[in-house]
Design a protein around this ligand. Structure first.
Ligand SMILES: [Zn+2]
Length: 161
């Protein structure tokens, strides 16, 4: 599963006020709410939306509470000091496209897998964590653009890295 900071999940910045967080949360949750999905969307799209729904919900629950937000901010600062254990940089073309599940996978040296969905890419989540160990890979995007696969542009989502 891709990792992203909780502020990025809500599409806002760490400096955001409680009020800003709240409006970003309401906007983000509407975009992936199970009741708001088009009838025509595939099972994979539904699963991706559900995953996102839980991420947004978790982010909001952590950040809406002053004490847990402070705790999270402190932990983030701590994490920034030590770099992510980045395994390698990977081009999207190097990943395996799983037709059935509509997602990209890439084998980790531990035997686990990195999994990337189109919705992760749309959200600009480019650091992917292994599903079994603590390693991450970084997706290199410029080659993706050249590969000809196009992704939906979500103009109304502003992700701050
Ligand atoms: Zn691994």
């Amino acid at each position: 599963m891709a990792s992203g900071c909780l502020y990025a999940i809500l599409g806002t910045a760490p400096e955001a006020s409680h009020q800003e967080l709240k409006s970003c949360y309401q906007k983000a949750i509407l975009q992936c709410h199970p009741d708001k999905l088009p009838q025509t969307c595939s099972e994979a799209e539904q699963a991706a939306a559900m995953q996102r729904f839980h991420l947004v919900d978790t982010a909001w629950r952590t950040l809406s509470d002053d004490a847990s937000r402070r705790e999270y901010d402190a932990r983030q600062k701590e994490n920034m000091r030590k770099p992510l254990p980045l395994n390698e940089k990977v081009h999207l073309d190097d990943m395996d496209w799983q037709e059935d599940e509509e997602m990209y996978t890439y084998s980790c040296r531990c035997g686990g897998e990195y999994v990337m969905t189109d919705s992760d890419i749309e959200q600009n989540i480019l650091i992917i964590s292994c599903n079994t160990c603590t390693l991450s890979i970084e997706l290199v995007m410029e080659d993706t653009l050249k590969s000809g696969r196009t992704f939906l542009q979500t103009d109304d989502v502003h992700i701050t890295p």
